[in-house]
Design a protein around this ligand. Structure first.
Ligand code: N01
Length: 553
């Protein structure tokens, strides 16, 4: 590419989920920049566009799992349930898209095949799967953390005679399970939400469980008109409260350290939170996520509930999680999950001792037995956080692929920018609080931070900006140090990349809380954007990287 290349647009945004929609809106209206968006789906909504499996719901409460940036939007929209269903959230995404008028910025049904930075022209070229190219000054990736579906490499899968569906790429027309024998592989959030609904519709369901998962009841209920009116009257205060918490939601504060409270108090608190429902159950005590002995108190409480609910003692034992500390894999939130195993048409098969050998023409084969089914549901998760970015085939300065830069795991500065990838910003990238928080709240914070940064850069006439390698290394070290103060690294979870063969085992999100993280990002602005290198020429930046990579003697 020649040095005279003129960008087609100022910014390319990839993804029309909640991040891409808001980024596009601000870039156009606040920054006055031209934007081209690309979205592989046929509509907006991101995760809620794809995950249409029965029972899909949000596990952050509807009233805060929504945009706060526009009071008109939050006053006009009314949520109907405490935990919104996927169709309602998708409807909300479409409502907002119309309100802010961003659809014309996006090319839908358009997969990005590659994104390449050119050091000479200081531009990005985004190439679609159809071969069309768009040149831009900046790129903003808004591809979500859980959008790259992960299907295990089962032998024989292509020979299976029935239908196969992944929860993360569910058919738009739905699946009619009436009279069908169904096998479900996986018991993470997607399995736990869908299994009860599939069991209600199907003739028979066989669930294949490798690791028993902790799940707490949603205790879902309709939100009355009066209740929503009360919420709307205090929305600004409610949003401020969410911002002031680590998870970015409405939380009931912990009552103290479980290990220092008497057994009766501990029990009463867990009972109350179980009855209240939702992930705030995990917030009962301050030591649950940092002390194994404390963690075991909450874990055993859940196992007790499983034994109480599930009638068959053998099934109850199989469903009782022992493989990891509670909370170190994302806590699931369910409606009737354990109760489902009391139904006559549901069987549980443990594939812990005997893994699925292959998928036969009639169904999964375990320990020599083929389980016949008409429909096979893969609730097998995602190549999380880094997967969606690596899928874009990004190459940075000097033609270096992101896959090479991330060979040891996703590295970034603040989860917002990657050294060696100038003028690229990653909304909720690795090293940001993202999946440990209310995603929409974190998305808003990232998008506002990035767009303010671009305003400042444009005002100052800066052409090229990049995270310094030194700042990035320090941030990665900080992220790891914080994770190491918790029990998180003790689980083989998708947070750690453990669910993808060959993926580096690194704890990817920032576990210090959305509130602390926001303060850090604000300090970086006050310091004049420390950790970013601005307008160094390509050769100077390369030189700087060489110096930073030189061994310290
Ligand atoms: O995926 P998962 P998910 N043989 O990775 C099993 C979000 N989400 O789609 O645990 C047999 O959690 C695997 O077993 P194991 C939420 O953040 C949110 O359910 O690896 N089993 C596990 O049971 C969530 O955490 C909502 O031993 C195999 C399952 O597949 C994230 O998405 C709803 C296997 C995968 O569980 C991912 O959830 C849904 C094999 N070869 C999702 N390979 C909300 O409520 C994998 N498994 C907002």
């Amino acid at each position: 590419m020649s040095a005279l290349t003129t960008p087609d647009v100022d910014v390319v945004v990839v993804g029309a989920g909640f991040a891409g929609m808001y980024a596009t809106h601000l870039l156009r209206t606040k920054n006055n920049l031209t934007v081209q968006g690309f979205e592989r789906g046929s509509g907006v909504g991101g995760t809620w566009f794809w995950n249409r499996y029965p029972g899909a719901r949000c596990d952050a409460e509807s009233i805060v799992y929504s945009y706060s940036f526009d009071d008109e939007i939050q006053q006009e929209w009314t949520w109907s349930e405490r935990w919104a269903t996927q169709p309602e959230i998708l409807e909300y995404a479409n409502f907002v898209a119309d309100k802010i008028g961003i659809r014309d910025t996006f090319r839908f049904n358009t997969e990005v095949a590659s994104m390449a930075w050119d050091d000479d022209s200081q531009t990005w070229t985004t190439t679609t799967a159809a071969g069309d190219k768009t040149v831009s000054k900046y790129v903003v990736t808004a591809v979500g953390c859980l959008s790259a579906s992960q299907v295990p490499d089962f032998k024989g899968l292509s020979d299976f005679a029935g239908q196969v569906y992944h929860t993360g790429a569910w058919p738009h027309e739905g699946v009619d399970f009436t009279g069908k024998r169904v096998c479900v592989i996986g018991t993470g959030s997607s399995g736990i939400q869908s299994i009860p609904r599939i069991a209600e519709a199907a003739d028979h369901v066989t669930v294949f469980q490798r690791t028993a998962t902790f799940t707490v009841p949603a205790q879902n209920r309709p939100l009355g008109v009066d209740e929503m009116a009360q919420v709307k009257a205090v929305y600004p205060a409610l949003r401020e409260h969410a911002k002031s918490t680590a998870a970015g939601v409405i939380v009931k504060q912990p009552i103290g350290r479980a290990l220092e409270l008497d057994a009766e108090t501990v029990r009463a608190e867990l009972d109350a939170r179980w009855a209240q429902g939702g992930p705030t159950f995990m917030n009962a005590f301050t030591d649950t996520m940092s002390d194994l002995e404390a963690n075991e108190i909450t874990a055993e409480y859940v196992r007790e509930r499983v034994r109480e609910i599930v009638q068959d003692p053998e099934t109850a034992e199989l469903l009782s999680p022992h493989a990891y500390p509670i909370g170190t894999k994302r806590i699931c939130v369910d409606t009737d999950y354990y109760e489902t195993y009391n139904r006559d048409n549901v069987d549980l098969v443990s594939v812990k001792e005997h893994p699925i050998e292959k998928i036969g023409t009639r169904g999964p084969v375990v320990n020599g037995v083929e389980y016949d089914c008409d429909v096979l549901v893969m609730a097998t998760g995602f190549d999380a956080i880094t997967g969606p970015l690596l899928r874009l085939n990004i190459t940075g300065s000097e033609g270096r692929p992101l896959s090479e830069a991330w060979a040891e795991g996703g590295k970034s500065y603040l989860g917002l920018a990657v050294a060696g990838f100038p003028n690229m910003f990653t909304v909720t990238g690795p090293g940001s609080p993202s999946v440990l928080t209310n995603m929409i709240l974190s998305i808003e914070q990232h998008v506002e931070w990035i767009t303010d940064f671009l305003l400042d850069l444009e005002d100052a006439g800066v052409g090229v900006v990049e995270a310094s390698l030194q700042a990035q290394e320090q941030w990665v070290a900080d992220v790891n140090a914080i994770a190491d103060q918790t029990l998180y690294p003790q689980a083989a979870s998708w947070y750690m990349g453990s669910n993808v063969p060959g993926k580096a085992r690194v704890f990817m999100p920032y576990a210090g809380g959305a509130d602390a993280y926001r303060a850090i990002c604000d300090e970086i602005v006050s310091s004049g954007y420390s950790g970013f290198v601005m307008d160094a020429g390509a050769s100077e930046r390369a030189e700087q990287r060489q110096e930073e990579m030189a061994p310290v003697v």
